[in-house]
Design a protein around this ligand. Structure first.
Ligand SMILES: [Zn+2]
Length: 297
């Protein structure tokens, strides 16, 4: 599942590829991936241009030049955007199968520029380049909304890390008012948008806090460490173009390289890099959770 750093990477790459290009056609292969009618999508998008791409949590929203509308895109579990021009340049997304993943690893990425089994929507631009919206599981979606609806949707997200709105005082307040586990708080996108499972485990390890600790029992000093870990780890993950653990690929068809820097996520049964204790895996907040019981209290 793409998390914040992966979506940020895809967003930045797409912005370089598609902005201010006239959309000349929109082909929909699976209409229930859209939250409005196919006719409405075609009506509003064909002849229009994307002029800006933003992100809130894992939701991307594309501003359109005409009609004061926004295209919303959520990749959910297996969604991907693949952009291809005549050089077959890829913008971002996930392989749909082990075979595709192998092809990516071996640099045989040409297949991405053909309509795949899981290609749901194809945007074509005036320079003949194309953007594929692919999704295997069909949880991903596209929507077209006006400014008022967009604001209502964005209001439901919690504070956004890596922005000026992410302040320690507010962060600590959130923790103090929650009796659930600290991990559940980190995964609750209505409180903090939207760290994701990998980065929740990594930040808790860095801050030395056990994932199942009640949030309101985390001290101010520990919360400060966690706050700094969130900023530091997310920034670093974006710099490394995200983490690949199943099938995420970046703009050159390459995998995100943050996976090499993971300290606990996916390392169950292996030695802790700090203390040589064995990393454990359990379930907290209904998600697979990785931690070191010696480094984290
Ligand atoms: Zn340890």
């Amino acid at each position: 599942m793409p998390e914040l750093p992966e979506v940020e990477t895809i967003k930045n790459d797409l912005a370089q590829a598609i902005l201010n290009k006239k959309i000349v056609s929109v082909k929909v292969n699976k209409k229930n991936i859209l939250r409005k009618s196919v006719r409405y999508f075609k009506n509003k998008l064909i002849g229009n241009k994307f002029i800006k791409i933003n992100r809130r949590g894992k939701l991307m929203y594309f501003s359109l030049r005409k009609d004061d509308l926004f295209l919303l895109a959520h990749l959910k579990m297996t969604g991907q955007f693949i952009y291809c021009n005549k050089d077959k340049f890829i913008v971002g997304g996930h392989a749909n199968s082990k075979k595709e993943e192998e092809q990516i690893l071996h640099g045989q990425v040409a297949d991405f520029c053909q309509v795949g089994k899981y290609t749901r929507v194809i945007f074509e631009f005036s320079d003949k380049s194309k953007l594929f919206f692919n999704d295997l599981r069909l949880f991903a979606y596209l929507d077209l909304v006006n400014k008022k609806s967009l604001d209502e949707i964005l209001d439901k997200f919690g504070i956004e890390p890596l922005t000026a709105n992410f302040k320690f005082k507010d962060f600590f307040n959130i923790l103090q008012n929650r009796k659930t586990s600290i991990k559940a708080v980190l995964l609750n996108q209505q409180l903090i948008a939207d760290i994701g499972n990998i980065y929740a485990d990594e930040t808790l390890f860095m801050a030395g806090i056990l994932p199942n600790r009640p949030a309101n029992k985390v001290s101010s000093k520990e919360a400060r460490k966690l706050f700094l870990a969130i900023e530091g780890i997310l920034k670093k993950a974006i710099k490394y173009r995200g983490t690949t653990f199943s099938d995420y690929v970046d703009s050159k068809g390459k995998k995100g390289s943050f996976v090499k820097l993971l300290k606990v996520y996916g390392r169950q049964g292996q030695k802790c890099l700090k203390c040589k204790n064995i990393i454990e895996k359990t379930k907290t907040a209904n998600r697979g959770t990785h931690f070191c019981s010696s480094c984290q209290k």
